[in-house]
Design a protein around this ligand. Structure first.
Ligand code: TA6
Length: 309
């Protein structure tokens, strides 16, 4: 089973405008509302590929009720087993304003969670099995990022494979806790090591305890290394125009599916890791082609996948 953990999910509101002019009044020509957050978007992309996942994290309040309702109605919902922990805090919103193939994203911080909330999540994750893959993706509410290492250790103690997509100090803490794959983007990696030398960043996180690092570089694709295995670079075969929000989530979906199918150790072999990254590049491009985060355009996915064959 693949699990996704979204500690800070969001009601994703996507506004389409013809042009974004700060300080001006805009007429929104399209509104989309979806259950979002990086981890749930991983589940939604995998659902589009008919891969079952269990989605957990925290939801609450009226926004949490709407989140739950929309999750039950979204494309592929039958492939997503919801196991969210209800809290007293209102689920936040994330607004993406899309104009001329560019997204301006406004992410609310989310409400702080309690020890009891995280104890409930730990109980939920006690069902993780030793062949399961767990993707922990997205931000943590203010004051809660210290819980990330605990979640990583809970997954590892259950024998699961842990993929973490986060940023800032939490990235290093996840490495120290033994996360199996970290998926920073190149800016997040540069911030961590104060250097644009990506290999230096990868070596730093591997040395800190991470099992592997997959660094996403937008239109330049990925550079990755699992343990002391071969370093692999993959560039997408084409640049897709569209809404870039959710592309990173789609790449995490590819890594989770690869790890569940082949096992983490197999990706020390550059051939296997390249297969994962080619899939990640194709899914990321298919996500950009979709109007909202968490969805993919299958025709674009197929075209990008076969262009790299
Ligand atoms: O990557 C896109 C997205 O998942 C949006 O759906 C929105 O929920 C946002 O990112 C949340 O990002 P954050 O880093 O705040 O968890």
């Amino acid at each position: 089973m693949i699990w996704t953990v979204t500690v800070n999910p969001a009601l994703d509101i996507t506004y389409g405008v013809s042009e974004l002019r700060p300080g001006q009044v805009h007429r929104v020509h399209d509104v989309q509302v979806r259950p979002g957050g990086k981890g749930l978007n991983v589940s939604r992309v995998l659902a589009a590929l008919e891969v079952q996942t269990t989605a957990t994290g925290f939801i609450g309040g009226h926004a949490g009720d709407l989140f739950e309702q929309l999750l039950g109605e979204c494309k592929g919902h039958s492939f997503i087993h919801p196991a969210f922990v209800r809290t007293n805090h209102e689920t936040r919103r994330s607004v993406a304003i899309v104009a001329q193939n560019e997204a301006t994203v406004l992410n609310e911080a989310g409400a702080g969670l309690t020890e009891a909330d995280f104890a409930s999540l730990t109980r939920t994750l006690s069902a993780v099995g030793n062949s399961d893959v767990v993707a922990i993706s997205g931000s943590f509410p203010p004051g809660n990022s210290d819980y990330l290492p605990h979640i990583v250790k809970t997954v590892k103690q259950a024998g699961g494979t842990c993929i973490v997509d986060t940023s800032g100090p939490a990235l290093l803490e996840a490495a120290k806790a033994g996360a199996d794959i970290l998926k920073p983007n190149h800016e997040e990696l540069a911030d961590l090591t104060d250097s644009h030398d990506l290999q230096r960043g990868i070596d730093f996180l591997l040395g800190a305890g991470a099992g592997g690092v997959v660094c996403s570089r937008g239109e330049d694709g990925f550079v990755a290394q699992i343990n002391h295995g071969e370093r692999v670079r993959v560039a997408p075969p084409a640049v897709i125009a569209g809404n870039p929000t959710g592309a990173g989530d789609a790449s995490v979906a590819a890594l989770a599916r690869g790890a569940a199918r082949d096992g983490l150790a197999a990706a020390q072999d550059g051939t296997v890791l390249r297969k994962w990254l080619v899939d990640a590049a194709a899914l990321a491009g298919a996500a950009v082609a979709a109007p909202v985060a968490g969805e993919i355009v299958m025709d674009v996915y197929d075209r990008l996948l076969h262009a790299q064959a």
